[in-house]
Design a protein around this ligand. Structure first.
Ligand code: ZN
Ligand code: ZN
Ligand code: ZN
Length: 384
């Protein structure tokens, strides 16, 4: 971590100011994100989060089907592949567990080729793509014999799709997964370089239920999300990769999370997900707004209106009563200000709004003297 960078604008040109603002904001975020966040789960080189299925800080669990390594959405639940297989088999949960019938799927988890010292990535039958192809070409004899006499290969460059990181196996620079995906859409050989580049830029890496990827997002959004997720992660609730994926899918080309349209992000999906996304989005925005005040050096107490979420007030867990609706005046009344001005004790307060009324429901629990105005509850001790 380094000291916050001031974001004072220079020059008079508004556009230039905006660019400079964004650049400073990006620099501040980059300096304040933690590269060592969630070791074993966060891969900063690929911008990929892979949830630890045994961690209670991550909302992802192992599929209950014996032998299945895919993540499930809930404790003692099944991955979507096993769920479909059980429904198709028409058997009860216990019977399916005794003899799982599911189509083998290509592993999402990465691994290495079993040929000693081979740098290839696991494709199938324990072999990398090139060794598996060579084994089939050789007639598909006993695998052990093939492995014993196979020569190790040097690993290839990663796939062109941002954040994919899988071994490049097609002539157009794609991994097997993205190569197949492109082939289903069109004939890759007929594509120009520009068309291929546009397709690649639109593609997302293949991820599983317990993963999310920030790759491919605009740089500022990527750092905003990473910073805010790290801040939110310092307290419960556990990090839910699915929620983050849904949020990302709803950002819809926003150039900054701070300016993303809340309605588009929070209201554009099914009711089932909207409230969870709303909570996540609100938390992330709050962390970003607080970071913004630090980056710009803004005093959150300056001015007549204080945004409570920016004041860094701590909640008081030992308080025995709950807040109740009502109004709170946060500044002196007009008469006392006028009197102070007349006595030369201080400047006249600027024009006050007609109604100085932040709602008590939105106030934190430790506002100065906030409890002093509360009516006493039955049984509640008085203040001496
Ligand atoms: Zn499964
Ligand atoms: Zn290999
Ligand atoms: Zn790929």
């Amino acid at each position: 971590m380094t000291a916050p960078v001031s974001c004072l604008l220079v020059g008079t040109d508004a556009d230039q100011g905006l660019v400079s603002d964004d650049a400073n904001w990006l620099q501040w975020l980059s300096a304040h994100t933690d590269a060592g966040w969630r070791p074993g789960e966060w891969d900063g080189s690929l911008w990929l989060f892979t949830g630890d299925l045994d961690s209670d800080r991550t909302a992802a669990w192992r599929c209950r089907t014996p032998g299945c390594t895919t993540a499930a959405r809930g404790f003692n639940g099944r991955c979507s592949s096993c769920r479909r297989a059980r429904a198709a088999a028409g058997v009860c949960e216990e019977e399916f567990d005794r003899a799982p019938r599911r189509r083998p799927t290509r592993p999402v988890a990465r691994g290495g080729c079993v040929v000693p010292n081979c740098g290839g990535e696991l494709h199938c039958r324990g072999l990398c793509f090139r060794h598996e192809r060579a084994w089939r070409k050789a007639g598909g004899g006993p695998l052990e014999e093939f492995i014993a006499q196979a020569r190790p290969l040097i690993g290839t460059e990663p796939c062109l799709v941002a954040g994919c990181g899988r071994e490049r196996v097609t002539r157009r620079g794609l991994c097997r997964f993205h190569g197949n995906r492109l082939q289903r859409r069109c004939n890759p050989a007929s594509m120009s370089h520009e068309e291929l580049a546009a397709w690649v830029a639109d593609e997302k890496p293949r991820i599983s239920a317990h993963q999310f990827s920030l790759a491919g997002l605009p740089e500022l959004v990527r750092f905003e999300l990473l910073y805010a997720l790290q801040q939110r992660d310092e307290a419960p609730p556990p990090l839910d990769p699915l929620q983050v994926r849904i949020l990302i899918s709803r950002l819809d080309g926003a150039s900054s999370l701070r300016h993303a349209d809340p309605e588009a992000v929070c209201e554009s999906g099914g009711v089932q997900y909207n409230s969870a996304i709303k909570g996540l989005f609100r938390d992330l925005r709050r962390h970003l707004e607080r970071a913004w005040t630090q980056c710009t050096g803004t005093d959150p107490y300056a001015g007549n209106v204080w945004r409570v979420e920016l004041l860094d007030l701590q909640s008081n867990g030992s308080r025995r009563w709950t807040g109740h609706p009502g109004d709170r005046r946060l500044w002196p009344d007009r008469a006392s200000l006028a009197a102070r001005g007349a006595q030369g004790l201080g400047p006249q307060h600027p024009a006050l709004p007609a109604r100085a009324a932040p709602s008590a429901a939105g106030l934190p629990r430790r506002l100065p003297n906030a409890g002093g105005l509360r009516p006493r509850r039955p049984g509640q001790p008085g203040r001496g």
